[in-house]
Design a protein around this ligand. Structure first.
Ligand code: NAI
Length: 340
């Protein structure tokens, strides 16, 4: 295949970056079509990225037989509808942003539709699996460097949100426990090679009073046991005063591996009378930027080689399953078993 022709649906905060990556940074990819319900976003993408065409109706892309694959980067509540519509229309390769769906009915529907329609390749947007440090960590765990893994710990903190932005974002996101920890659920499965057996958790509103009436939280902590006997701990926040911070540690019988201990923006360290300091990362995109390009490069390579992407339907399904259990655990204050 000479060039892989892609269409993208969703040109918002993340979709626009995906479109730019396809257009400028992924060799052998062609940005054929762009779509958003916001006409100004379509017009801007046509002007800046010169796709073959742009539209406000995503069904136009589904009818386009020249497309080799579709990238879905719309708001989470539309993923199910769009993945299923693409599969039914005969699109062979589908990439969707996380989460796969918003509830069990949606993920079951997607699973059934994809297997019935014979989609050739499906990729879910777990971009962190393409991070160089995390890949090295996974290799070292699998290679036995820290012996038998005992516990995995995640810190996942957003920089302080503007309250009005958070209150607007919260109702469509699925909430803190469901949405914010999606990547951690997936990475925990990937690193441990195991599913969670049970989850318990606590959370609350500590920083944004307005979240109470939305039924959402701004901080939470989860404790879990895995089927392989490992333990897991995750904490997340929407109000990190010092910036964006993701840290992961795996501790085993022969040592520990850590990544992201200091969330530094660059490699400059200042030494002044005030002390020693480093600037911190301020937003997820700057921290994970290379991984967004790498995941779409992977999608394009899989289309070229006619194979399934590394991060697929089962991974998306499992992360939602964990998210549902974790949310129930925090809301009910009980220990929730998985795969009941
Ligand atoms: P956004 O609200 O900035 O953009 C959503 C886009 O979807 C807009 O262009 C909107 O016009 C378009 N859209 C909505 N309904 C549509 C329809 N029916 N037809 C065509 N276009 C439609 O949202 P954002 O922040 O870009 O998030 C998009 C997705 O990416 C979400 O599912 C989110 O969970 C995910 N995401 C993933 C991240 C990651 O780390 N992998 C980070 C941030 C977001």
């Amino acid at each position: 295949m000479e060039r892989v022709r892609l269409g993208i649906v969703g040109l918002g905060r993340l979709g626009r970056h995906h479109a730019e990556n396809i257009r400028f940074r992924i060799p052998r990819a062609e940005l054929r079509a762009v779509c958003s319900v916001v006409k100004e976003e379509v017009d801007a993408a046509i002007r800046d990225l010169q796709p073959t065409y742009g539209t406000t109706d995503y069904h136009t892309l589904l009818q386009d037989k020249e497309l080799d694959g579709i990238v879905i980067a719309t708001n989470s509540m539309y993923h199910c509808e769009m993945i299923c519509a693409a599969a039914e229309a005969g699109v062979n390769y589908i990439y969707s942003e996380k989460p796969l769906g918003m509830n069990r009915e949606e993920i079951d529907r997607i699973q059934n539709t994809i297997s019935r329609t014979g989609v050739k390749g499906f990729q879910i947007g777990f971009n962190r699996r393409f991070d160089r440090s995390l890949r090295a960590m996974k290799e070292q765990i699998d290679g036995g460097k820290i012996g038998k893994p005992i516990i995995i710990k995640f810190t996942n903190r957003d920089p302080r949100w503007k309250e009005e932005d958070l209150l607007r974002f919260s109702p469509t996101s699925g909430g803190l426990v469901f949405d914010m920890l999606t990547h951690d659920y997936d990475l925990a499965r990937w690193f441990t090679g195991s599913d969670a057996e049970q989850i318990q958790g606590y959370g609350g509103v500590y920083a944004y009073e307005g979240l109470r009436e939305k039924g959402d939280l701004d901080n939470c902590a989860l404790l879990m046991r895995f089927r392989n006997g490992m333990m897991g701990f995750m904490e997340t926040s929407r109000n990190s005063a010092y910036g964006y911070h993701v840290e992961i540690e795996v501790f085993g019988t022969e040592g520990a591996l850590r990544m992201g201990v200091v969330p530094n923006r660059d490699r400059v360290i200042s030494y002044t009378p005030g002390g020693i300091g480093q600037a911190s990362v301020q937003w997820f995109f700057e921290y994970w930027e290379p991984t967004f390009q790498a995941e779409l490069q992977h999608f394009v390579t899989c289309i070229q080689e006619g194979r399934q992407p590394e991060v697929g339907l089962l991974d998306g399904y499992k992360a939602v399953e964990w998210a549902i259990a974790a949310k129930e655990a925090v809301e009910s204050g009980t220990i929730v078993p998985l795969n009941r």
